[in-house]
Write a protein of this length. Structure first.
Length: 156
């Protein structure tokens, strides 16, 4: 039975974290590994919302740290499904820092991750197709398919 397609809006996920001293290195900036863990959690929640199953990390295609995150910063992680395949989804996660005074956000990290939906027996589960509602959704899906093809070609 085919699953009803789901909009990327239905699984949007936003998390907020406060960077504390235990999250930072000797320079007072967030450990990359800590930020990656936050990204993984946000992405997994988003994938789970789309698929309806626990979703596990299968690949991280790209992570770009473009600006530092400092102790005391409020970090906002936003995750959205870019594309759905048979048992997996690609999720884009952006990490921004919020300015305390103005609430203006600046981008710090961008990542593309693939998650596989897993059923109760630990086997990959079929996921709903992605319902592209805008030209932006369609562009993201095309680009995700290209990243997937490149990733799969490397495995061969």
């Amino acid at each position: 039975m085919a699953l009803a397609p789901r909009s990327p809006r239905a699984s949007l996920t936003e998390m907020t974290e406060l960077v504390l001293p235990q999250h930072s290195n000797v320079l007072g900036t967030a450990f990359g590994g800590t930020v990656l863990a936050w990204i993984d959690v946000a992405g997994a929640i988003c994938a789970q919302r789309h698929s309806g199953f626990v979703s596990v990390t299968a690949a991280i295609d790209e992570v770009n740290f473009v600006a530092p995150i400092r102790i005391g910063d409020v970090v906002i992680l936003s995750a959205r499904v870019n594309a759905a395949f048979r048992t997996s989804v690609e999720v884009a996660v952006t990490v921004q820092v919020e300015d305390r005074a103005t609430a203006h956000r600046r981008s710090c990290v961008e990542a593309f991750m693939t998650f596989v939906a897993v059923d109760g027996a630990g086997k990959p589960a079929e996921v709903p197709a992605l319902l592209a509602e805008t030209p932006e959704d369609e562009r993201r899906a095309r680009e995700a398919a290209e990243r997937r093809a490149a990733r799969l070609a490397k495995r061969r």
